[in-house]
Design a protein. Structure first.
Length: 249
């Protein structure tokens, strides 16, 4: 058999030249975007003194292990660093998304345009839990948004706090659980929250009382488009000796 021969008409030759021209323009556009991202990355890191990364995948930061590459990925390990990151993107009008524990979220494997702000250090879950007040009947706790529900649950079990049954078995972290009003058949986060600390739309840290938050089934509406920094909870001391048995169920 003779080899396959392809004969290009004038029209098809014109089309191929046009296609090559489109490819060249696309490559030029990509290079332009890369250059712009690099410049923003450098300015971001210089101005905020944060760990800013260019075109890094978020897959390892989600519990499903999926997610594309963000134009910029920024690690904010505490409230002060988060305020710096949010301040930069707001000032420069760059779209952004705050990623917490990475659970209960399905991220596209396509390019993630803008900035992904990771509210924790690398893959670790940091944050503190503090005892705010304590009486014979009640214990008030404060927990950073990055505290895992497992850590909060463990403390509740150790201290014998009844509302641990609200948290038992829920994956993720405190911040996402407040935002999603997570819960079990025994109750929801809205029933144990007394207040939250947020960064508002003006990049100011603000304390919001529970009565100011519009909670509904598995979601809530935060005032001033807030980003959750910390939650404050009230728990009841256990008096029922069968509590732990029921909790394990």
């Amino acid at each position: 058999m003779s080899g396959l021969q392809i004969h290009l008409s004038e029209e098809s030759t014109w089309f191929m030249k046009g296609f090559e021209s489109m490819k060249e323009k696309a490559n030029e556009s990509i290079q332009k975007h890369l250059s712009e991202h690099q410049k923003i990355c450098e300015n971001f890191a210089l101005e905020t003194r944060l760990d800013v990364r260019l075109h890094e995948s978020v897959a390892d930061l989600t519990t499903f292990g999926v997610g594309g590459k963000a134009d910029l990925l920024v690690y904010a390990r505490n409230a002060e660093e988060l305020a710096r990151a949010v301040g930069f993107v707001q000032k420069n009008r760059i779209p952004f998304f705050v990623l917490g524990g990475g659970s209960n979220i399905l991220v596209s494997d396509q390019r993630l345009a803008g900035v992904v702000i990771v509210a924790r250090e690398s893959k670790k879950q940091l944050g503190e839990i503090s005892i705010e007040a304590e009486t014979e009947k009640f214990v008030k706790l404060g927990a950073d948004a990055t505290v895992s529900n497992a850590r909060l649950l463990k403390l509740c079990i150790e201290r014998g706090l009844k509302e641990a049954d609200t948290i038992a078995g829920i994956p993720g972290v405190v911040g996402g659980s407040i935002l999603g009003n997570a819960g079990t058949k025994y109750g929801s986060f809205s029933q144990i929250i007394t207040a939250i600390e947020i960064i508002d739309s003006k990049n100011k840290i603000q304390l919001v009382e529970a009565k100011e938050i519009d909670f509904s089934y598995r979601k809530c509406q935060l005032p001033n488009r807030g980003i959750i920094l910390k939650g404050f909870f009230q728990f009841t001391n256990v008096t029922d000796s069968k509590w732990k048995t029921e909790l394990k169920k």
